[in-house]
Write a protein of this length. Sequence first.
Length: 434
Amino acid sequence: MRSTASIMHLDLDAFFASVEQRDKPSLRGRPVIVGGIGPRGVVATASYEARVHGVRSAMRTAEARARCPHAAFLGGRFDAYREASRIVMERLREETEVIEPLSLDEAFVDLGAGPTFDPDRVEDIVAAIRADIANLTGGLTASVGVASSKLMAKIASEINKPDGVFVVEPGTEADVLGPMQATVIPGVGPATAERLRRVGILTVEDLRSPSEDELVRLLGQSSGRSLHRMARADDDRPVMASRETKSVSVEDTFEQDISDRVQLEAIIERMARSVSGRLRKNGLSGRTVTLKMRHHDFETHTRSTTLSNPTDNARILATTARGLLAGEDISNGLRLLGVGVSGLADWVQDDLFATDEDDDVEDEVVEETVTRPTRWYPGMDVHHDDHGDGWVWGSGLGRVTVRFETRWTPPGPVHTFLADDPALGAGHTGTFDA
DNA sequence: TCTGGGGTCCTAGGACCC
DNA sequence: TCTGGGGTCCTAGGACCC
């Protein structure tokens, strides 16, 4: 915690809805709700006119419709939001390079890292930034908090929202924080709040009573230690100007549950292409492929596998993800499916002009349906058949289809297989050595 | 006709290696 | 031969954030 109020948190007010109202004058002064507009949609952002009627983010759109039937329900125009966000972030960067965007509509700014920062003029600096944002974006408003730490700046930006500013005077942090609900501390969500409530902790003040060890016992190492400090407004986390991407994923909730494997596999193909495209655009590739499945009863499971080499290739991602689906019982239907990649590496892209079609050039795909394999892979399910005359493969009860793929993906060839033994009712996927 | 999509971070257990 | 500890990687799940 530094001695001057020089960390700013800026939060654009009702961002998606405000962009819509800016671009469509007929929506100004009216309730606007942006989010999923299908039967299973939820609200992403509600304008303040809609919040009056109790509409909140993450609320089901069906409920929002019931509460506020006269609102405009919009699906969202992310290109417009990204552009508005870019303009705002660019303006913030004029203050200092040390800005940390948290999302399209939020960022920390280390004002103290600016070349000409004067702590006595914080109010003027903030006023100039907010005026510029309004001018540059066609009237978007922002709420701002300034304090000696990220924690207090973030909390302060909520205090005079919307279109307001709050500066926490250095030295008053703990006093400002004490009377607030423990849930104002970022990271204290519903589950943690409930655990705390059960031991009588409601406010930040209450959170100062237990020792660090007691909080660790209650909430685990990481949360326990950090909450013990946060409760005392003790926070020296730096504003981080750049953060590397850790994962890339796509998911979709269907309007109706899907139990048809062929249909799900086709969706996986589409998602794999989407993930692949985004990996390539960012010069990334990853080793761990994750399939996310939400069942009809909302039970959610992930299945993942780690390849021996990073890939950004749509077909490898699709083959791998399909293999992960193969072992799952989907007879009651899935409401959501997702494909993700993590374990990312940024490799030097050696073939900038390659297209998806070009990728096929050096690929080798061998598919065989056999009772005995002609090639072997690690972990191949081979066991001795006591009733027969030797070693069998898979269940030993029938034909097994194996698809071996070799693809040349920098920095080297990637060999994957997908084995499907109907009698086992399970697919087996992974990598093999050539 | 309950409950989005895109992320991050943490925990915990097992495998494996030294 | 037995026991133990630590570190790292992998998988799965969960909490949380906007």
